[in-house]
Design a protein around this ligand. Structure first.
Ligand SMILES: Nc1ncnc2c1ncn2[C@@H]1O[C@H](COP(=O)(O)OP(=O)(O)OP(=O)(O)O)[C@@H](O)[C@H]1O
Ligand SMILES: [Mg+2]
Length: 337
């Protein structure tokens, strides 16, 4: 039977209903529903302590849920743990390879643990090192690997058993931007091969790069879900930041933008501390319109930048609360349109 026949098409790779896991008073997972369609990447976005790792551990059969159900590739996490484990791969939040062994030895050992005959385990280790561009470092101890090489080895390790569903728990936290890009490229390859990925992350940009759909969790609950563009639109897509040539123009600039009623622009914020006016935009046309208007009004502009919404801005937009749950006085002066 081919993989296609075994899994069917357009089915759900992961189905989670009313999942609950409490640790004493802590409601780590507090009634989560989640569906991941086969062959897609679901991003689970949330701040520290949201319950992401707990969810992944339940879906990996490493932790038993208190209530609710979860199936992965048709296997129930509680009733069919052995079968389920054979269909999944896990790259945990913390590196799971042995530092003292070489990259090749780590992969060979995992192959043997998965009951591959020696010859197959050897071949699979070679294949995966090649695939994740680690052939040159195959014989070096992992302790000599860079952060990015370790993460690639982690990915290679989780792919040894040809899993249909792969969990990546914060795969790039702590990596520099270049290394992060390397890992993203590898994840894109894994998805292009038709695998299903459940990715947890604290980074909106990572979710955007990799995931087609997002589930935003906080304090064990789903607080928003949908396709990436929908969620982006909710938070205003990007933020345009304009630095006036004359700092004294900040308020006047924000006021002019608020009054102009440009299409789809709902407000501008003067940030006196940083000396910029921030405007949420969702299209390049809006960017051009804003800059054009300021030119016509005779404002001098020292600098213009756009940035993607941070996780904190997503949270603000969705819940009206800061992701960190800090009580803080608003620093910016909002000029509503
Ligand atoms: N084994 C455990 N015993 C007690 N409390 C736990 C345990 N595991 C997790 N928790 C608590 O459950 C909550 C959710 O933790 P979890 O590790 O799932 O969050 P997370 O979203 O993965 O966070 P991070 O982004 O920091 O990895 C936290 O409050 C955490 O302290
Ligand atoms: Mg975690």
């Amino acid at each position: 039977m081919t993989r296609q026949e075994a899994t069917g098409h357009g089915r759900n790779a992961v189905e989670v209903r009313g999942l609950v896991k409490h640790f004493g008073e802590t409601r780590a997972v507090d009634g989560i529903d989640l569906t991941v369609r086969e062959g897609t990447v679901m991003g689970v976005l949330g701040p520290n302590g949201a319950g992401k790792t707990t969810l992944v551990r339940i879906l990996s059969t490493l932790l038993a849920p208190d209530a609710g159900t979860a199936t992965v590739a048709g296997c129930d996490v509680v009733r069919q743990p052995r079968r389920l484990r054979r269909t999944i791969g896990l790259t945990g939040q913390y590196a799971s390879v042995d530092e003292k062994l070489s990259g090749w030895e780590n992969l060979y050992m995992i192959g043997r643990l998965l009951d591959l005959p020696r010859r197959d385990a050897r071949r699979r280790a070679d294949e995966m090192l090649e695939r994740f561009s680690l052939t040159d470092a195959a014989r070096k101890p992992v302790s000599k690997y860079s952060g990015g090489m370790r993460r690639r080895l982690d990915l290679a390790a989780s792919m040894i058993g040809r899993p249909r569903v792969l969990y990546l728990d914060e795969p790039t936290t702590g990596l520099d931007p270049r290394t992060r890009n390397e890992v993203w490229d590898e994840v894109k390859h894994i998805v292009a091969d038709g695998n299903t990925v459940l990715l947890t992350t604290q980074y909106m940009e990572e979710a955007e790069q990799l995931a087609s759909e997002l589930t935003v969790v906080d304090q064990g609950k789903v607080i928003a879900e949908g396709r990436v563009p929908e969620l982006k639109a909710k938070v205003g897509g990007r933020t345009l930041e304009i630095r006036p040539a004359d700092t004294g123009d900040l308020r006047a600039m924000a006021g002019a933008l608020a009054e102009a009623g440009l299409d789809g622009i709902s407000g501008a914020t003067a940030d006196a501390e940083r000396g910029v006016v921030s405007v949420p935009i969702i299209s390049d046309e809006q960017l051009t319109a804003v800059v054009g208007l300021l030119g016509v009004r005779g404002f001098g502009i020292a600098d213009i930048a756009t940035h993607l919404p941070s996780l904190d801005e997503v949270f603000l937009a969705i819940t009206g609360q800061r992701a960190t749950h800090q009580e803080s006085e608003p620093e910016n002066e909002e000029v509503a349109a």
